[in-house]
Design a protein around this ligand. Sequence first.
Ligand code: NAD
Length: 289
Amino acid sequence: MTARLIDGKAFAAQLRGRVATAAAAFTEQAGRKPGLAVVLVGEDPASSVYVRSKGKATLAAGMESFEHRLSADVSEAELIALVDRLNADETVDGILVQLPLPKHIDERAVITRIDPDKDVDGFHPVNAGRLATGLDGLVPCTPLGCLMLLQDIHPHLAGLEAVVIGRSNIVGKPMAALLLQQSCTVTTVHSRTRDVMGHVRQADIVVAAVGIPGFVQPEWIKPGATVIDVGINRTGDGLVGDVDPRAVEVAGAITPVPGGVGPMTIAVLMRNTLVAAGRRAGIAVDPAL
Ligand code: NAD
């Protein structure tokens, strides 16, 4: 038996379509478009590509895109002053500072300066706290995209055994919090876990966010399990995930790399921007987002 391939590209396209429809309705009611400001410091090629894609997706969703490109030697104070201006700007609903930042800038100082209600990346500790305590906030895009794909396959996640591999603030921790919120029994495994394989073997749902090409072996996977591969690793063989592709022979459903989780991240960023705009303006947005 081979696994069902989870088509993140198609799912993301549908989500972007729903966001565009809801953005048009927002614009009609608010008299202005939802706005996303993206800040890029320096000229890291991967970051430049991400920022360009985010700008294009924002315009395609019928939203306003504000791009701020700062030179690599900008001071932390200048960057924070820009964040303050964006916080105060009524036309800006979402603020995203592209990471990583140059070494001389303290990322935490910048992220915690963003108004939590405009923090569409969901990295502010206030939003992490809201997620942990079940309050409405803004949730990091990649794990929220993973949850959407999982819910499409498992409309009832309650009671399932979920193993999240990785504990980063960007993916692993918020992913575990989201699955717990859905009443899964959640185990987070990480670099210091004694028996990663033993945990993964028990899992109905495996989310791999490790950053090691092909890390998860097919024989670790319980037959029929759903596997979400967050990994994006550039290798000599091109882009590969954190799960050995032969896992397709064991899993019940699995995300391919590329074309699985990857396309979801920007689609959810669009969704988060619209949600932030709706909350700020007191305008109800499509709950199906
Ligand atoms: P990270 O490096 O911050 O975290 C990796 C985690 O893996 C750590 O928590 C670590 O404890 C764990 N780990 C490392 N070695 C391990 C081992 N031997 N056994 C078990 N756990 C181990 O990475 P991240 O930012 O969470 O990203 C993870 C992967 O997801 C990367 O490949 C990254 O490129 C990718 N990613 C993709 C998207 C997307 O849009 N699809 C977004 C963010 C990250």
